[in-house]
Design a protein around this ligand. Structure first.
Ligand code: NAD
Length: 476
């Protein structure tokens, strides 16, 4: 049985309770894990607070050295960690490998810049004094993560937090704790001091993290309704927060676009991870001159995405993560079809005995989706893509911005004036121009509107994990 990790030690829940983690492809039990609660969060927060005293005082270059060694050790275990992720989450082995690799690389990226957090020197009116603005770590940080990218989204929080000298209480989603435990265990084996990252498990630990008085900052990736609850609760303790929430990213393709490159990026952007991604092409607007040609290419690509158990090497798309999640996407597709949309591809479940026990679904591409359909307004967290024909860029931008969300966005065009307008006018935290929608370590990532606020990735992430302090030095 897997356990939590508190102060470097394996820990069961104080209540003794456990729950099962099941494989979304087969329904089989993968493992049993502790169902933690407030008492376990308290233990983890105390451990993190104790570790903060020494970890925050290390020279940043020393922290960088420790993190590099730990990341290197973890990266040596990618092949062992990937199947664990596939079994608990459902994604294909290729996707799991990429994700486990990204976990280690993210820790290494922040190790590289751990000693590059700079303050300022400020001249003051009295020349025998001067001012400094120094950046201090915050203390114990809570990291709350969803199930779709358990490792990437944990690393997005843990890496900048610990590189800046903070310590962490990390809570994976209750259905995907195992690969996260394996990654943190590998970091500890690789030399990360005990208590710097603690992992608590179980649904009840989320709220307990937000409420715990020792935890000074909360970073959540999750749905928009959860973000609102966490923000309200965090306000009671006046905690700093970063919220990476839902999205419904628009993609505009104009007549002069490179269609082959656009089709590839849209297909990856919508169907990677069985469509369960926050940054994903979720609404597609194609200019009429290339509509038919691009649709043909998209359908050809969707046809190659064979659903299957993520452990099978010929599977191109794993199952959805839960039955509820599949039912939600099916309801959104049904709603569009009942209002007059047409499924150009998919729209149902795949046939065959191998699909009986898992939450499998076919990729779907829908056209003539009317304005009132749920797919345009809600986040579609699965492999279904509504497509609309547009006359020009004006119409594309108007429709793209007609959303409560503002996470990612993209445009495909050879006209740089059109690209510039899109960059200026698309309401989103990220705009890709003629490029695959992936988040880079180097660039700050985070949403606007109902997609949340605060940045992960990039040097900007340090602003979320440090506080500024002003210092006046006199008598000089
Ligand atoms: P969720 O909001 O249900 O849960 C996310 C995490 O929050 C889980 O660990 C959960 O246990 C915890 N949680 C739930 N209620 C809580 C509460 N009241 N207090 C504290 N913690 C609580 O989300 P999910 O279904 O696991 O993930 C899917 C959602 O995440 C989608 O909306 C997706 O768009 C979003 N997401 C956003 C990003 C991003 O970077 N913006 C990335 C991936 C996923």
């Amino acid at each position: 049985m897997a356990t939590m990790i508190i102060e470097g030690e394996r820990a069961k829940a104080a209540s003794g309770k456990t729950y099962e983690v099941r494989n979304p492809a087969t329904g089989e039990i993968v493992d049993e894990v502790p169902a933690g609660g407030p008492a376990d969060v308290d233990k983890a927060a105390q451990a993190a607070s104790k570790a903060f005293a020494s970890w925050s005082k290390l020279a940043p270059a020393k922290r960088a050295e420790i993190l590099h060694r730990a990341a290197h050790h973890m990266l040596g275990k990618v092949e062992q960690i990937a199947p664990i992720l596939t079994k608990e989450q459902g994604k294909t082995l290729l996707e799991s490998r990429l994700e486990a690799q990204r976990f280690g690389e993210n820790i290494a990226w922040f190790a590289d810049v751990a000693d590059k957090i700079h303050g300022q020197h400020v001249s003051l009116p009295d020349t025998t004094t001067y001012g400094l603005v120094v950046r201090m770590p915050i203390g114990v940080c809570g990291a709350i993560v969803p199930w779709n990218f358990p490792l990437t989204l944990a690393a997005n929080k843990v890496a900048p937090a610990i590189a800046a000298g903070n310590t962490v209480v990390l809570k994976p989603a209750s259905t995907t704790p195992l690969a996260t435990l394996a990654c943190i265990e590998a970091l500890i084996e690789g030399g990360l001091p005990e208590g710097v990252v603690n992992v608590v498990l179980g649904k009840a630990t989320g709220e307990a993290i937000v409420e715990h008085p020792l935890i000074r900052k909360i970073a959540l990736t999750g749905s928009t309704p959860t973000g609102k609850k966490v923000m309200a609760k965090a306000a009671e303790g006046l905690k700093k927060i970063t919220l990476e929430l839902g999205g419904s990213d628009p993609c505009i393709v104009l007549d002069d676009a490179d269609l082959e490159a656009a089709a590839r990026a849209i297909s990856v952007g919508r169907f990677f991870n069985c469509g369960q991604a926050c940054l994903a092409v979720k609404r597609l607007y194609i200019q009429e001159g290339v509509y038919d040609a691009l649709m043909e290419k998209l359908v050809a690509r969707a046809a190659k995405l064979k659903p299957g158990n993520g452990l099978d090497k010929d599977s191109r798309m794993g199952p959805m993560h839960t039955e509820t999640q599949r039912a939600e996407v099916e309801a959104q597709v049904k709603d569009a079809l009942s209002k007059g949309a047409r499924a150009v591809f998919g729209g149902g479940r795949p046939d065959g005995d191998e699909y009986e026990r898992g939450w499998f679904i076919q990729p779907a591409i829908l056209e003539n989706v009317p304005d009132g359909a749920r797919m345009w307004k809600e986040e579609v967290f699965g492999p279904a893509l509504p497509v609309r024909r547009i006359k020009d860029l004006d119409e594309g931008l108007r429709l793209a911005n007609d959303s409560q969300f503002g996470l990612g966005s993209s445009i495909w065009t050879a006209n740089m004036a059109h690209a510039r307008r899109a960059v200026q006018e698309l309401e989103a935290g990220y705009t890709w121009v003629n490029a695959l929608q992936i988040a880079h370590d180097e660039l700050p990532f985070g949403g606007t509107k109902q997609s949340g606020f605060g940045k992960e990735h990039g040097l900007e992430a340090f602003q979320q994990y440090t506080e500024q302090k002003s210092v006046v030095v006199g008598g000089v």
